[in-house]
Write a protein that binds this ligand. Structure first.
Ligand code: PLP
Length: 456
């Protein structure tokens, strides 16, 4: 299996090269040259464990890796999960909740980043060299990335967060990881400042190469691939429970990474009736699926901060397929979007339904599900459940992706229920030892820091 760029100007690359490349040199995103069809394998896969299913799905896309190496990486990656079945599926009211938050940081990003960290270590061991990951976070991604690589050989991770502007829990989750290869930087500025610093440093290609800088951001193909597995896994669990041969998924969406994985699952043969795309008030993507117009707005802060995004970094992958895999047409579209902040696509895609769950609906949904079903949703998952209700259909079961444990976003839970949510892992953080360096909002200061810490 080879990988190509959505912009069409890259030599086809193997899986392992695609993982190390991240973003294609032509500015595009990587995708498989062609997609397999697994329809005739579903029956054989129906009763596999999560790990065995992951192996069967992923090996179709990782043909340059020995099977036993892939198997070992999968087993190692999911040994850190607190649930033996990795992503349990729980019936709640008239939906099925796919709990993706049993990993080390209690958010769904662990599912991909636990694997990606092990995969990076594996590649570096085979090929030599080192990797210095630089990232910017407003909260959630940073801790999942740190937990993906802490203690790993030949890898360092530098995560910038805006000083005093992430929630206390999120800050503690990051800064309480004390391994030597983890560097937390509290930048005296905003999240936008952190992102800007990262982008300008990455734009300096010779500095990037000299210091082996890399990123773990959500455009990496491996993250999408790993996430397709739980669409299959939850389908089989709901099929066992209900006998249904088709399901719909509701996916709380920010960067279009998670739902892109669902789209790939459907394209390779999973019987998906609808992918329900759920946004909060930052609704660029739900507007697109309802009007065909993709146009930038202002980011507004909400109770579901991991979805407070306007430009969705994975959306280009979907647009590539929507343009009929026409790299030239896609390149034109992205250029137009870069210049004007908007683009239009004609026609529609029946696989998708889309809607917005606003703050009031988020709070009402948390309250209702808690009172009726004695189950506490986190605010991101609540957006997905609220939007799913608008598209309920009696014959087809709905699987709602639960992207975080409620205790990670306890402000929203207190607003909705008048009491906090707890998880022992987070409760323990309050008196954990932490390490973090405060640094000026200044590119030269960050560069000096990187140079000093990577010299060894
Ligand atoms: C990242 C994240 C999302 C959004 O996922 P995308 O892949 O960016 O669409 C939703 N919920 C939580 C809790 C997240 O951390």
């Amino acid at each position: 299996m080879k990988y190509i760029s959505t912009r069409g100007k890259m030599e086809p690359a193997s899986f392992l090269d695609a993982v190390m490349t991240g973003l294609a040199p032509d500015g595009g995103l990587l995708l498989p040259e062609s997609l397999p069809n697994v329809s005739d394998k579903l029956e054989a896969w129906a009763h596999l464990s999560y790990q065995d299913l992951a192996f069967e799905v992923m090996r179709l896309f990782t043909t340059d890796m020995p099977a036993e190496d892939l198997k070992a990486l999968i087993d190692k990656s999911y040994a850190t999960f607190r649930a033996p079945d990795v992503t349990p599926v729980v019936p709640v009211g008239n939906v099925h909740i796919l709990e993706l938050w049993h990993g080390p940081t209690l958010a769904f990003k662990d599912v991909a980043l636990q694997f990606l960290g092990n995969l990076f270590e594996y590649i570096l061991e085979k090929r030599g060299g080192e990797l210095n990951i630089l990232g910017a976070t407003s909260g959630d991604t940073g801790s999942a990335a740190i937990y993906g690589v802490h203690g790993k050989k030949n890898i360092r991770i530098f995560i910038m967060h805006p000083e005093g502007r992430t929630s206390l829990i999120q800050e503690k989750q990051m800064t309480s990881v004390l391994d030597d290869n983890v560097y937390n930087l509290a930048v005296e500025g905003t999240f936008d400042d952190c992102q800007h610093l990262m982008k300008t440093i990455f734009a300096d290609v010779s500095f990037k190469e000299e210091h082996s800088l890399g990123s773990v951001n959500s455009v990496n193909w491996a993250r999408v691939l790993v996430q397709t597995v739980y669409y299959f896994y939850s389908y089989f669990r709901v099929q066992e429970r209900t006998g249904a041969s088709e399901v719909q998924f509701s996916v709380p969406t920010g960067n279009f990474g998670d739902i892109m994985a669902g789209y790939i699952a459907a394209k390779i043969g999973l019987p998906v009736k609808k992918l329900i795309l759920a946004t909060n008030e930052n609704n660029i993507l739900s507007r697109f699926f309802n009007t065909g117009e993709y146009s930038l707005g202002e980011v507004v802060p909400t109770l579901s901060p991991s979805m407070d995004i306007q430009v969705a970094s994975n959306f280009e992958r979907y647009l590539y397929y929507r343009s009929g895999c026409d790299a030239e047409k896609l390149t034109e579209m992205m250029k137009h979007f870069g210049e004007t902040g908007s683009l239009r696509v004609d026609g529609s895609d029946d696989l998708f339904a889309a809607g917005e769950g606003n703050t009031a609906e988020t709070l009402a949904t948390i309250r209702k599900v808690h009172d009726k079903c004695d189950y506490t949703l986190d605010p991101h998952t609540a957006v997905g459940v609220a939007v799913a209700e608008k598209f309920q259909c009696s014959e087809t079961p709905t699987i709602c992706l639960a992207t975080a444990h409620p205790a990670k976003f306890t402000d929203a839970i207190e607003q909705a229920l008048g009491e906090a949510a707890h998880h022992p892992v987070l409760d323990k953080l309050s008196d954990a030892e932490t390490r973090c360096d405060t640094i000026a909002n200044d590119e030269a200061a960050i560069r000096d820091y990187l140079v000093e810490k990577t010299r060894s």
